[in-house]
Each structure stands twice: as structure tokens, then as C-alpha cells.
Design a protein around this ligand. Structure first.
Ligand SMILES: *C/C=C(C)/C=C/C=C(C)/C=C/C1=C(C)CCCC1(C)C
Length: 236
């Protein structure tokens, strides 16, 4: 076997960006194994949620593998892989909200609205980041409107109302933590977006490092919250 070829995309010492792509791949992979392995240790009604958590980190692991390779060979941001990953995984996070509130009457309509908003948020973000860099602020603003709709839905819309009326402490605890992810965790992405050249936060940091950090927190953390609630409920 040609080892030279196998290690074609070498990571250089001091390459922080490449390092975070590498560690992101490994972390997503480990989380995926964890969520699928733990599936059988939680009560049946939580299993589908854990499967979705594993799918989210699994899809991300594969994209990180490609993004790392792209970055190491091209030396630039793998924006296309990044947005393809998000457009698959963010709707799955909306599915998690739906699954949590489904036993209490969540409607397919709400799930559809959440998915549509997340796709709208990402498509407009992609246009501002990759297609029309001269209109980054305009597209970023439109994207933020979609983002705020998701925040509204989870805080005050039907998702919030169903969780509140459920009288289930485990569910309310999960909702509380997931709200923190949606507000604080997800807000790291627009910060990364604004570090693009010529924008408000240019020079603050590397956009890929910020996105990679946010992905690790949000994708793995989100799944761990669900795992935590599932096990807390079963140990009672
Ligand atoms: C696993 C990936 C996740 C949770 C990605 C979330 C991405 C966002 C919340 C992105 C939001 C953006 C804005 C609100 C405005 C600027 C453009 C985006 C797409 C970076």
C-alpha cells in the first residue's frame, strides 16, 4: 500500500484550524457510537430520540471527515460540505423537539414549520457566505429572522406550551436545557459568520474554528441532554 498517498493530507504542527477539523471528526464519531450503544439502556419511549441524536453526530462525523480533507488539501473553508451537513442535521434537531413533545400532542404542522424555518435560515446564510459575499449583511439579516422564529417557537410557541402543559418534570428539564442550546449555543454561528472579511467581527477569530467549536457543543451536547433526561427518568 502506498503510505504516501494514505497520508496525503498531512496536518502541520501549529495548524489550529486543521486540528479542530480532526478532533471534530473523532468527537462526532465517538458520540455516534455512544448514542447508538446506549440506546438499549434507556426506556423504550426515549430510544427513537437517541437514534436521532446518533444520526445527527453520525452525519456530522462523515462531513467532518470530508471537511478536514478539503481544508488540508485546498487550504480554504469547506463551505459547501459545511452547509450540506447543517441542512441535514439542523432539521433533525427540530425533529428532536417534535419527538419530545409528541406524547403531549405536538402537531406535524409545528414540525414542518420548524424544519422550513431552519432550511430558510441555512439557505439564506449560504447565499450570504458563498454566493453573494457583497450582500453578506442582507442575507445574514434574513437568516436571523428565520433563526428568531425558531427561538420564538421553542420559547413561546406551541412547542413551549405543550412542554409546559405536560406536567412532566423530566421533559421540562430537557426543554430548559435545549432552550439554552438554541439561544446561547446557536448564537455562536452568526458570530462566526460575522468574522468574514469586511464584516463587523472580522479578525476576531477563524470562522472554521468557531463553527467547529459550535458544532461540537451543539450536536454532542444536544444529544447528551436527551440522554441525560432519558436516564434520569428511568433511574427513578
Ligand atoms: C449542527 C449545526 C447547527 C446546530 C447549526 C446551526 C446554524 C445556525 C444557527 C446558523 C445561523 C446563521 C444565522 C442566524 C445568521 C448568519 C448565517 C448563519 C447561517 C450562520
Amino acid at each position: 500500500m502506498n503510505l504516501q498517498l494514505l497520508f496525503a493530507s498531512q496536518i502541520e504542527a501549529g495548524d489550529v484550524v486543521g486540528f479542530t477539523f480532526f478532533i471534530g471528526t473523532m468527537a462526532m464519531l465517538a458520540a455516534t457510537v455512544f448514542f447508538f450503544a446506549e440506546r438499549q439502556n434507556v426506556p423504550e419511549k426515549w430510544r427513537l430520540s437517541l437514534t436521532v441524536s446518533g444520526l445527527i453526530t453520525g452525519i456530522a462525523a462523515i462531513h467532518y471527515y470530508y471537511m478536514r480533507d478539503y481544508y488540508l488539501t485546498m487550504g480554504s473553508s469547506p463551505t459547501e460540505f459545511r452547509y450540506i451537513d447543517w441542512v441535514l442535521t439542523v432539521p433533525l434537531m427540530c425533529v428532536e423537539f417534535y419527538l419530545l413533545t409528541r406524547p403531549y400532542g405536538a402537531k406535524g404542522k409545528t414540525l414542518f414549520a420548524l424544519i422550513a424555518a431552519s432550511v430558510g435560515m441555512l439557505v439564506t446564510g449560504y447565499i450570504g457566505e458563498a454566493i453573494q459575499p457583497e450582500a453578506t449583511i442582507l442575507w445574514g439579516t434574513i437568516s436571523t429572522v428565520f433563526y428568531l422564529y425558531i427561538v420564538y417557537e421553542v420559547f413561546a410557541g406551541s412547542v413551549a406550551k405543550l412542554a409546559k402543559n405536560s406536567d412532566n418534570p423530566a421533559l421540562n428539564q430537557a426543554m430548559f436545557l435545549l432552550k439554552i442550546f438554541i439561544t446561547l449555543g446557536w448564537s455562536v454561528y452568526p458570530i462566526g459568520y460575522m468574522t468574514m472579511e469586511g464584516n463587523l467581527l472580522a479578525g476576531l477569530g477563524n470562522i472554521d474554528v468557531i463553527y467547529n467549536l459550535a458544532d461540537a457543543i451543539n450536536k454532542i451536547g444536544f444529544g447528551l441532554v436527551i440522554y441525560y433526561v432519558a436516564t434520569a427518568e428511568s433511574s427513578k
